[in-house]
Write a protein of this length. Structure first.
Length: 111
């Protein structure tokens, strides 16, 4: 779920820094997940998707980042926009839950 090799490039083996970054990611992911709404304006939807994409890719949560990239495109006049947003939002929430579980597991291993 989280690419520790990718993350290690930024922390150079510093477990305390890794844990701090993972903690920040967990806070951001939780807050951004709460802001996602199928009925959001296009700008609001895109901004939340973009922010979560960046946070996810920063720690190597590639699958979540990819879903958020797909969600970013769900703006404008597209057929079934609400239904498509609802479907991807379910997947995003599942990936956020999995990523947060992985963060807890990684941090517990270091403790």
């Amino acid at each position: 779920m989280i690419d520790l090799e990718h993350l290690d490039k930024y922390v150079a083996g510093d477990e305390a820094l890794r844990d701090e970054i993972l903690s920040i990611f967990a806070e951001q992911a939780s807050a951004l997940e709460e802001k996602f709404s199928v009925t959001a304006t296009d700008e609001g939807w895109r901004n939340v998707a973009h922010a979560l994409k960046g946070a996810s890719r920063g720690v190597g949560a590639w699958a979540l980042g990819d879903l958020c990239e797909e969600a970013e495109s769900m703006i404008g006049e597209i057929a079934g926009k609400s239904e498509r947003r609802a479907a991807i939002l379910v997947s995003i929430r599942q990936k956020v839950t999995a990523a947060l579980s992985e963060v807890r597991r990684i941090r517990n291993l270091a403790a």
